[in-house]
Design a protein around this ligand. Structure first.
Ligand code: BGC
Length: 366
C-alpha cells in the first residue's frame, strides 16, 4: 500500500513539474526577458557603401526585435585596425556571439583567437573569414550564382550562341582580399571563358587574370581610374573601338566604369552592356537612365533574418539551419553555411523586386 502511495505521489510530482515546465517554455515574456540580457556584437566593414548600412540597420533592428542587445560597429571606411580593435572591445565587453563582415578575410585570425578562448561563437556575415577555427557558421548569398547570373546576362544580351561576333569585353572585379571575389569572378568566367577561348569575345586590354582586373576595396574611384586607362590605351569610344560589354562584379565598380564611359562620350543610346550587384540606389538610377544593364538583388532583409535565426539557435543551444556543407573552406575546414538566393534585376523587373517588396520607396530612385 505504502509502495502504491509513493508511486502515486511521485507520478503527481512528475506530472506537476512537467506542467510547470510546459507553462514556462510557452510564456513568451520569459524568453524575451532572458534574451534581453544577451549582447550580440555586429561588426560591419564600412558606411561608405549603401549595402553595409542597410545590413547593419537590418541586423540591429531584427536582433533587437528578438530581444537582444546589440553592439553594432562600422570599421571607419574599410579600416582593418579599426575592425580589429572593435572586435577586441566586443570580446572584452561581454558579447555572447559575434557577427562579422570582414574587410580583409585573412586579417582577423589573431583577434578571433580571443573569441575562441572566451567561448564566443563567430558567424561570418556575407564574406568568409579565412584561416580561423573560431568561425562557427557562415551566412551569405550564393556567391557563385551571383557570378553566373552576371555572366549569363552578358551571354544572353549579346546573344553569343547565335551571333558571329567578335564582341569586345572588359573585366572588372572587386577586392582581392575578399573571398567572395573568387566566387563572383569565377562564376562569371565559367560562363564567359568558352567564348573568350573561341574568340567570340575579345578582351582588347589583355587583362583577364583576377589579379589584373581586381579593384582594391571595391572602390569606385579605383575602377574609374583603371577604366579611363583602358579606354585610352585601347582607344574605345563611341566613334572609336567598339566596346560591347563590361563585366563588373558589383555596383560600386560598375559606377566607376560608367563614370569613365560617360566621360569618354558614351550615352544611353550607345552604352555597352554593364553588370552590377547589390541594387544600390545610384546603380538602380543608372539602370533606369540606361547607363547600367543589370544588377544582382541580394535582399539584405533575408540575410539579416537568417543570421538572427542563427544567433537565436546558438544562444538557445540548438542547431542553426544550414543548407551548404561543401562550398566554403576557410583554410581550417569547411564552414557550415546558409546561402540565400540572389536574383537578377534589370529595367523590366526592378519595380516588382525593389519597390513592390518595400525595399525602396519610389522616391528613393528619382
Ligand atoms: C559583397 C558585395 C559588395 C562588395 C563590396 C562583397 O563582399 O558580397 O555585395 O558589393 O563586397 O562591398
Amino acid at each position: 500500500m505504502k509502495k502504491i502511495l509513493a508511486m502515486l505521489l511521485s507520478a503527481t510530482l512528475i506530472f506537476s513539474l512537467a506542467a510547470c515546465g510546459g507553462a514556462k517554455t510557452e510564456e513568451p515574456a520569459e524568453s524575451a526577458d532572458s534574451a534581453e540580457a544577451v549582447k550580440i556584437g555586429v561588426s560591419m566593414p564600412t558606411q561608405s557603401l549603401q549595402r553595409w548600412n542597410q545590413d547593419g540597420t537590418n541586423m540591429k533592428a531584427s536582433l533587437e526585435e528578438a530581444g537582444y542587445t546589440v553592439d553594432l560597429q562600422y570599421a571607419g571606411d574599410n579600416d582593418i585596425p579599426t575592425q580589429v580593435s572593435q572586435l577586441e572591445n566586443m570580446i572584452s565587453g561581454g558579447c555572447k556571439v559575434l557577427v562579422v563582415a570582414a574587410i580583409d578575410g585573412s586579417s582577423l585570425t589573431e583577434v578571433l583567437k580571443g573569441a575562441k578562448e572566451a567561448g564566443i561563437p563567430v558567424i561570418a556575415y556575407d564574406r568568409l573569414i579565412m584561416n580561423s577555427d573560431a568561425v562557427s557558421y557562415y551566412a551569405t548569398f550564393d556567391n557563385y550564382k551571383v557570378g553566373t547570373l552576371q555572366g549569363t546576362y552578358i551571354k544572353d544580351a549579346l546573344d553569343l550562341d547565335n551571333q558571329a561576333g567578335p564582341f569586345n569585353i572588359e573585366l572588372v572585379t572587386g577586392a582581392p582580399d575578399d573571398n567572395n571575389v573568387n566566387f563572383f569572378f569565377g562564376g562569371a568566367m565559367d560562363v564567359l571563358n568558352p567564348y573568350i577561348e573561341s574568340g567570340k569575345l575579345v578582351v582588347k586590354s589583355g587583362q583577364t587574370e583576377k589579379a589584373q582586373v581586381a579593384t582594391p576595396n571595391w572602390s569606385t574611384e579605383e575602377s574609374q581610374k583603371r577604366f579611363e586607362n583602358i579606354i585610352t590605351s585601347v582607344g574605345y569610344g563611341p566613334s572609336g573601338e567598339k566596346l560591347d560589354a563590361v563585366l563588373c562584379s558589383n555596383d560600386s565598380t560598375a559606377i566607376g566604369v560608367t563614370n569613365a564611359l560617360v566621360g569618354a562620350g558614351y550615352t544611353a543610346e550607345n552604352f555597352p552592356v554593364i553588370t552590377g550587384q547589390d541594387c544600390d540606389k545610384p546603380a538602380v538610377k543608372n539602370m533606369i537612365a540606361g547607363l547600367q544593364s543589370m544588377s544582382v538583388f541580394k535582399d539584405t532583409r533575408t540575410l539579416a533574418s537568417k543570421v538572427v535565426a542563427m544567433v537565436d539557435a546558438i544562444v538557445k543551444g540548438s542547431e542553426p539551419e544550414i543548407n551548404d556543407t561543401e562550398t566554403y573552406d576557410n583554410g581550417t575546414g569547411i564552414i557550415p553555411s546558409y546561402l540565400c538566393d540572389p536574383v537578377f534585376a534589370n529595367i523590366d523587373n526592378y519595380k516588382e523586386l525593389l519597390i513592390d517588396s518595400g525595399y525602396y520607396a519610389e522616391a528613393d530612385l528619382k
